[in-house]
Write a protein that binds this ligand. Structure first.
Ligand SMILES: NC(=O)c1ccc[n+]([C@@H]2O[C@H](COP(=O)([O-])OP(=O)(O)OC[C@H]3O[C@@H](n4cnc5c(N)ncnc54)[C@H](O)[C@@H]3O)[C@@H](O)[C@H]2O)c1
Length: 426
């Protein structure tokens, strides 16, 4: 069976079976988390609901978030998890079997690799890294140490996304040579928060870690790192990767060959520096993938505000999130076809299925549905888009060699200098 068939079959099979109460043979016993913020706690809650591991350690650089997490774990499960500010100490002292990495993006590589090297299986957040060579290092570590690394691109386990792939592969949409991915919503200009001393409960230096030194302001933490380019990669890094992952799931191709991106900050005055408008074109062998995000001027008549449009010779297929999927046939006499999503609250996600798939992959010693390779390839699309945006010119990507062709300045963006004691992963 080809790898792609395996992923599809495994995802379909899992969605059809009871997710809890499965007897796992190689049972991991201990669980730890790095980054107990918004999404990290969403994952931890599902991991606890799964029910068979003791939560032994929690790590965050914000003591308030950490203590709230410790109290929640104690209440939900009775576990006396120990708390840590430094993930290296957590890993070396607790030696957890499973580690969740849900810190800001610029930390993912160092923390995931440390956990993998210690022998843990890792459930990690998207985008998997901040620069492309970090992602390659995580992938290499996962393979070298033979650990299961599941990326939280949980849409690969969402029932409506699975049926969308079946529909797209059925041929009913016809031949597809153009896919548009997009996220548009109104945010307004905002105002720039004043730089200030970090609060006592936050270790700001450890928050920044390998990133360049910058002043703290309350717009960055929590959640606001996304739109600071030293910490993340803006909307294309945050949201784009979800849709790029769906496109890579659909196609047989592994990476785009030519990339051009443009954009600007037309409206934002909120002290961030990521583009508030960005468009990017990714040329694959058999289709063109477009990306657009706009954080302003979204009218009521715009229709779907995020997702993917697969433009086929038989009609247009929209794959969305809370709006499920819809096929708009080319022939106006045919009715549109629509499927609603099945999502879990809070925050309309499918982490439950992604966690169960992670656990099953460990048990059966197989690759999970959102394997690190898929996460790396999808993250690379975002990061190549950002590289072209930063350079202001198109780039040609050799995805077999992981190099930008004939452009040493562009290749310089595949990595970056780390600050202070932190060493860029090799
Ligand atoms: N898969 C999804 O659908 C999805 C949805 C939302 C967020 N995310 C991802 O989850 C990650 C976290 O996002 P969030 O919205 O929860 O942000 P957040 O700010 O709420 O949480 C991040 C937490 O990490 C902590 N942190 C910072 N540096 C740390 C370090 N060195 N060690 C340990 N903890 C550290 C912060 O103090 C904070 O509590 C991001 O990578 C984001 O892209 C994924």
């Amino acid at each position: 069976m080809q790898r792609r068939d395996f992923i599809t079959t495994s995802a379909l099979a899992i969605s059809a079976m009871p997710l809890y109460g499965i007897t796992f043979q190689n049972k991991p016993k201990s669980l730890a988390i790095i980054g107990t913020g918004w999404w990290g706690m969403n994952i931890l809650r599902e991991a606890m609901a799964f029910g068979d591991c003791t939560v032994v350690g929690l790590c965050d650089v914000d003591r308030k978030a950490l203590e709230a997490a410790r109290d929640e774990v104690k209440k939900a499960k009775g576990d006396d998890a120990r708390i840590y500010e430094d993930y290296r100490e957590l890993i070396s002292k607790e030696k957890p079997d499973l580690v969740i990495v849900a810190s800001p993006d610029h930390w993912h590589a160092l923390q995931a690799i440390e956990a993998i090297k210690s022998g843990a299986h890792v459930f990690m957040e998207k985008p998997i890294c901040h620069t492309i060579n970090e992602g390659i290092a995580i992938f290499n570590a996962a393979r070298k140490y033979e650990r299961v690394v599941q990326v939280d691109t949980h849409r690969r386990l969402s029932p409506h996304n699975i049926s969308a792939m079946e529909f797209l592969r059925s041929g009913k949409v016809g031949k597809i040579h153009h896919v548009k991915t997009f996220v548009n919503y109104n945010q307004g200009p905002g105002t720039a928060p004043m730089a200030q001393e970090a609060p006592d409960h936050l270790n700001w230096d450890m928050y920044l870690g390998p990133a360049p030194k910058m002043d703290y302001n309350p717009g960055i933490h929590p959640k606001g790192f996304r739109n600071h380019l030293d910490l993340a990669n803006g909307t294309i890094g945050d949201w784009g990767i979800h849709w790029f992952d769906q496109v890579l799931w659909w196609t047989e191709e592994k990476y785009p060959k030519k990339i051009y991106s443009t954009g600007s900050r037309y409206v934002k005055q909120d002290g961030t520096n990521a583009p508030d408008f960005q468009s990017a074109s990714f040329e694959f062998e058999s289709f063109t993938l477009d990306w657009e995000h706009r954080l302003f001027a979204v009218g009521q008549n715009e229709g779907h505000n995020l997702g993917c449009y697969f433009y086929g010779t038989e009609g247009t297929f929209h794959l969305g999130w809370i709006d499920g999927w819809t096929f708009y046939p080319r022939n106006r006499n045919e009715s549109k076809i629509h499927v609603d999503p099945t999502l879990h609250q809070p925050d309309a996600q499918n982490i439950k299925e992604a966690w169960a798939d992670f656990r099953q992959a460990i048990d059966k010693d197989v690759r999970p549905a959102c394997d690190i390779e898929n996460g790396m390839l999808a993250t690379n699309v975002s990061l190549l888009g950002m590289a072209s945006y930063k350079l202001g010119r198109s780039i040609i990507w050799d995805g077999d060699k992981n190099r930008i062709v004939g452009d040493e300045e562009a290749n310089g963006l595949l990595k970056r200098d780390y600050r202070g004691e932190w060493e860029y992963p090799r």
